[in-house]
Design a protein around this ligand. Structure first.
Ligand code: DGP
Length: 116
């Protein structure tokens, strides 16, 4: 089910014309504020606040298919890439619709978090 107030629900439904890939259950589009040479977001078409919000296996499989398609389309398989999902305040999640960041196209360096 989609949430009419959710921007990623609208994008995933193709209402904003930004999709670079879609299948039955997932969609991909360029991040509006890219943090790397390649920065694509993969989302489920159904609304889930985050990865622990009742996502079924078929939807997760469709998201993996979307990642594979994006990796192929952007030609980042050889050089490497990172897939991450931010969840909740401590991770800085800004949009409450599950999304996987696919980052690549350059050396990403080590995964860095602030000192604790
Ligand atoms: P996060 O901090 O993990 O919730 O990242 C949210 C990302 O979503 C952030 O990198 C910017 C991106 N974003 C937010 N609004 C939009 C939008 O309307 N369109 C697109 N393409 N990306 C968006």
């Amino acid at each position: 089910m989609s949430d009419t107030d959710c921007i990623f629900c609208k994008i995933a439904a193709g209402e904003m014309g930004e999709l670079i890939y879609e299948n039955e259950r997932a969609a991909a589009f360029h991040d509006v504020s890219p943090q790397a040479a390649v920065h694509v977001l993969v989302v489920p078409k159904s609304h889930h606040d985050n990865i622990c919000d009742g996502v079924d296996g078929d939807t997760l499989a469709a998201m993996v298919d979307a990642v594979q398609a994006v990796v192929e389309q952007t030609q980042i398989a050889q050089s490497g890439y990172r897939v991450i999902t931010n969840t909740g305040a401590d991770a800085g999640q800004a949009v409450a619709h599950l999304h996987w960041h696919v980052l690549g196209g350059q050396n990403l360096g080590p995964l860095v978090v602030p000192e604790h």
